[in-house]
Ligand binder design. Sequence first.
Ligand SMILES: Cc1cc2nc3c(=O)[nH]c(=O)nc-3n(C[C@H](O)[C@H](O)[C@H](O)COP(=O)(O)OP(=O)(O)OC[C@H]3O[C@@H](n4cnc5c(N)ncnc54)[C@H](O)[C@@H]3O)c2cc1C
Length: 325
Amino acid sequence: MKNIYVLAEHRKGALRDTTWEAIAAGRKLASDFGADLTCVLLAKNAGPMAELLVAEVPRVMVIDDPVFETMNSEAINLTLIEVLRPSGSYVLLMGASNSVLDFAPGLSVALDAALATDCFSLEVKDGKLLASRQMYSYKINSIVSFKNSDRVVLTLRAGSFGFSPSGAAKGSIENVQCLIDPASLRKRFVKYVEAEKGDVDISSADIIVSIGRGIGDEPDLDIFQSLADTMGGVLACSRPIVDKKLLPKYHQVGTSGTEVKPKVYLALGISGAFQHLGGIKGSPLLVAVNKDPRAPIFQVASYGIVGDLNEVVPVLEAKIKELKG
Ligand SMILES: Cc1cc2nc3c(=O)[nH]c(=O)nc-3n(C[C@H](O)[C@H](O)[C@H](O)COP(=O)(O)OP(=O)(O)OC[C@H]3O[C@@H](n4cnc5c(N)ncnc54)[C@H](O)[C@@H]3O)c2cc1C
């Protein structure tokens, strides 16, 4: 593999976390393959973003054009085809975001490249690329290899590739003219529809206290909010809590809720259904309290307390208060 490309993703003029995670994965692949690493930035007023990227990657290819103000999947798709076609062997890395999902399969077909989506781990073994991804709604992990392919498109699961800024790359910025005719595009951006904003943003919280059906039918939520406050965290929940209208939807963790990337995740009365666990990214310190010792959540928990949460929570809060002085 000669070239590793990373697509820089941005929203409202700022690079998204997925970009840095793809760069982390790209650095590793470039080192393992002895390949060149290039970040492709398609943006309007790209300068400030390009400056951030060039401190982290050896080469940044920039196409600065109004058509790239938003992540227009058609414009990006057509441009990446032009960039990658002449490029010999390559791996293209992109975040597994909604915008990328929109064009990654079509792009791989147009390039006659292999595609693996939502990868959570990559390795190079005996000179071959292996990608790990989950199948059947997170029930099994699979390791994918790429038969006879020196052109590979990968999308990466958010929270799976930790990025450490070095700020020392001193790379080069290569400005390229727009390679497509914006007037020919059939897709256009209309507007951002913001998700319902709540009083908390669980997606960026470092500490989460999450409650599930085990809290019972008529719970006193103040008890759990108080524990979250004591821990310096926020209150989240599993889907039944939202279904029962105990908390608004923006508190729900999971595949049909919000993806979270906390450092500490305390699960109270949550069984550990894959739809719930699928929303917990990275490897947080996961502490589970459940009265059923066979609850699936104990298979993934860092620490487990088998017991009634009504007894455990007050003890836990008192202990944390004591430790905090
Ligand atoms: C398409 C689809 C999408 C979904 N998306 C999501 C999603 O985004 N997020 C999500 O969370 N779910 C989602 N679900 C639902 C998911 O399948 C589970 O039903 C749900 O996660 C279960 O929530 P729970 O763990 O709170 O409840 P349960 O599975 O009912 O578990 C309750 C747990 O509490 C324990 N318990 C009971 N009493 C106590 C007590 N006093 N003390 C301690 N422990 C106690 C029990 O032992 C049990 O393990 C989705 C389902 C579908 C079909």
